[in-house]
Design a protein around this ligand. Sequence first.
Ligand code: BV8
Length: 265
Amino acid sequence: MTQVDDISPKTLEKLRTARRVMALTGAGVSAESGIPTFRGADGAGFWGRYDPHDLASRAGYEGNPQRGWAWYAMRRAQLRSVEPNPAHYALARLGAYYPDFTLVTQNVDGLHERAGSRDVVELHGNLDHVKCLMEDAPVAYKEPADAPAITEEMMERGEWPEVPRCPGCGGLLRPDVVWFGEMLPAIAFARAEVAAQDCQICFVVGTSAEVYPAASLPETARRHGALIVEVNPEATDLSRWADLSLRGPAGVVLPALAEMIAGHV
Ligand code: BV8
């Protein structure tokens, strides 16, 4: 377990001089923006309160589309009151510093783009996008301005809004996110795999590294000789083989790391 100040000069030189770099982020990078993680240490994460297969699977949604729609509407409402945190801005700074930087995220909150990162690879979709449950085609949908902001209490009281319908076929809409048992967007995952094969450094930030195939990316990077740098207040499955495990909150560790890497020029 290393602190940023304990990084050896040799490793720091590698971090500063790398050209092809990738970062894989998970829910932990948005934790300091106030968005719950899924598998939080104290069970405070979403999956500590809800069954993932009820809320993040097609079968769960088809079984109770109003509850499913309400859960994602609640998470969209949460987004309207949060901001990117220093971890998102530090990753945007590293993206501007490295000649060839690919930011791959499992998150659906869009906070990387709001912090200035460009061309982000969203493996699991985006909360702001919806599609037709029947046709699987994207649908331009804008939440009605007068739609009530769904709170967690409303969610739990069963105060669920009607699920909007597809203008084309009249079928139900669904969030355009990747549920368990669903394929990841092919182009996004292909881009992420190429980055993992090519990169010299792979930052792994705020992920429990439990959800596949996203969690296979740092393994691919390592197999191809990349230096693996993990940022997480807790140990994960990949901590035992990461080259560097920076134990701490991303909003504290990443700005310090970005300053050491990009601030010396
Ligand atoms: C699929 C929806 C092909 C959007 C989510 C092997 C290969 C392929 C598939 C599988 C496989 N083994 C099992 C599977 C099936 C499954 C899977 O991986 N299951 C797991 C649970 C074992 N995978 C799938 O179904 C995937 N599809 O493989 O398709 C296929 C098709 C059919 C049949 C077979 C294969 C689809 C996976 C996507 C599921 N969708 N979400 C949404 O609602 O958000 S998953 C959900 O988990 C989110 O997307 C989330 O991003 C993702 C991963 O979680 P994390 O981001 O890591 O978040 P978590 O809470 O777990 O951890 C947070 C971490 O942050 C912690 O470590 C914590 O310590 C840390 N932290 C906390 N605070 C901070 C911090 N870090 C830094 N700073 C802080 N301040």
